[in-house]
Write a protein that binds this ligand. Structure first.
Ligand code: ZN
Ligand code: MN
Length: 483
């Protein structure tokens, strides 16, 4: 048994105006049918003019997906009528997509795999239909019609759900890094379509089953996973019964991933594509292409590699790549390291505290990095004090808590609350002796269980209110107990 799975993704391109007219793209939550004009409706005499910003963003997207670029490109009409497309055609791109033959690399436990990209093209979004509860009426809102869409089509390279999910997440990161789209799924800014064809036996290399089922309009990554599971199971059941599956399109029944038959699949012929007569072919000059390449930002996989090179764990790097706010804060810390930007020990400490206590407090207080009272200077100070063994990790934790609860600066808190570590030998001896005297059983236990020393270290920390350096305490304990 083998499933051949491909994806088509529509991403709303972030621009101020629509793809071919000057109507605003700011429609979310607005009253219906305010952002419309004769171009949106394809009225006689209205002339579409391509949006340069959308076009350049699509080129950057194609470059980020490692595509070749059609420097001579054009728009085409895809003819079909639907109530959300009353002008009878969608302006899209047919045989000269902006980008073609690219790939996205996804990481699978230490290994990586390339998902090949067939094409990246630009088109326009349609309107939105809403149905009344009793199903008697349909309302049409054309605010969304004509908003720029980038369509990305992959080859059927996915072998399981995990690969689909990893790809979807990586693509979402890429469009965000490029500022091509905010890709907010709940606002419909990124929509998936799954193509699935299952075969009971493995086919020879390069061959595919003779049918393809498309599931359209999947608006979340978790639903994507469920659809893939339920549709594969449905196909296996039919094939096992000896039934033939015809190419067709299905839609989501609900969020459980179950789907329903919508229509037999149209072929490209049905759409009667022809070059859009109102928009001349477009040339992307070498200069423009070079400029766009030079404007490419650091991409998610590059950022991850940079963090790994700094000594971060894969999981830590993934969090900072996904959450660019925390990633940016981390980069600021590293820049502030100044003299020794490659000091891996300090870099790892920064990551540890950012993803540990600081993230804990952000979560607890339900605030974002930009809203928190804790600054990069605070962490730089705390880490350097720990490096110099002037404060312990326990004290650092207290200081972070204090700042999140009551504000203030780390250095002031350490000084005013007298939190510097006890440097005086005699005082340290006192705490160590007290810990030993109070725990005869543990001391006895140490012969069998050397790890019990950690408990005694903990007791010294407690007695000293965290002001003895734990490694100093451990050394002292060991020498006093002749371990
Ligand atoms: Zn318009
Ligand atoms: Mn499309």
């Amino acid at each position: 048994m083998k499933s051949y799975v491909g994806l088509e993704i529509h991403v709303q391109v972030k621009t101020n105006s629509k793809m071919f007219c000057r109507c605003s793209t700011d429609y979310f939550g607005k009253d219906p049918n305010l952002n419309v004009c004769p171009v949106c409706f394809g009225l006689p005499g209205a002339l579409p003019v391509p949006n340069k910003a959308a076009f350049e963003k699509a080129v950057k997207l194609a470059l980020a997906l490692n595509c070749s670029i059609n420097q001579s490109t054009k728009f085409d009409r895809k003819n079909y009528f639907y109530p959300d497309l009353p002008k009878g055609y969608q302006i899209s791109q047919y045989d000269k997509p902006i980008g073609y033959e690219g790939f996205v690399e996804i990481e699978l436990d230490g290994d990586s795999k390339r998902i090949r990209i067939q094409r990246v093209h630009l088109e326009e979004d349609t309107g939105k239909s809403t149905h009344s509860d009793n199903g008697d009426e349909t309302y049409l809102d054309y605010n969304k019609s004509g908003v720029a869409l980038a369509e990305i089509v992959t080859y059927p390279d996915f072998e399981n759900e995990e690969e689909v999910i990893l790809f979807a997440k990586r693509l979402k990161q890429i469009v965000r890094y490029l500022d091509v789209s905010d890709a907010e799924m709940q606002k419909g800014q990124m929509r998936f379509e799954l193509n699935i064809s299952t075969s009971l036996e493995e086919l020879p290399m390069g061959e595919l089953p003779n049918f393809k089922v498309e599931v359209k309009n999947i608006g979340s990554i978790s639903v994507l996973e469920k659809v893939l599971q339920s549709e594969t199971a449905r196909q296996i059941e039919l094939l096992t019964k000896g039934e033939e599956i015809k190419p067709h399109t299905r839609g989501l029944k609900d969020m459980t991933g179950e789907t329903v038959f919508q229509r037999a699949k149209e072929s490209a012929d049905d759409y009667r594509y022809f070059p859009e007569p109102d928009i001349p072919p477009i040339q992307i000059t070498d200069e423009t292409l070079a400029r766009l390449k030079s404007e490419m930002p650091e991409l998610p996989h590059q950022r991850k590699q940079r963090y790994m090179d700094l000594g971060l764990e894969g999981e830590q790097a993934d969090i900072l790549v996904e959450d660019t706010e925390r990633g940016g804060w981390f980069d600021t810390l590293r820049q502030a390291q100044g003299d020794k930007p490659n000091d891996k020990v300090i870099t790892k400490e920064y990551a540890k505290w950012l993803l540990g206590d600081i993230s804990f407090w952000l979560e607890k207080k339900k605030i974002s990095i930009s809203e928190m009272p804790f600054s990069t200077d605070d962490l730089i100070y705390l880490v350097s004090m720990m490096q110099e063994k002037k404060i312990s990790g326990t004290i650092a934790k207290q200081v972070i808590e204090e700042i999140f609860e009551n504000g203030g600066r780390a250095e002031e808190i350490v000084v005013s609350k007298d939190l510097l570590q006890v440097q005086d030998e005699g005082a340290v001896d006192g705490f160590v002796d007290e810990a030993i005297a109070a725990n005869p059983k543990i001391v006895e236990d140490l012969k069998k269980n050397p790890n019990a020393i950690k408990f005694l270290v903990g007791q010294v920390m407690k007695l000293s209110k965290g002001k003895v350096n734990p490694s100093v305490a451990e050394e002292k304990l060991k020498s006093k107990l002749s371990l």
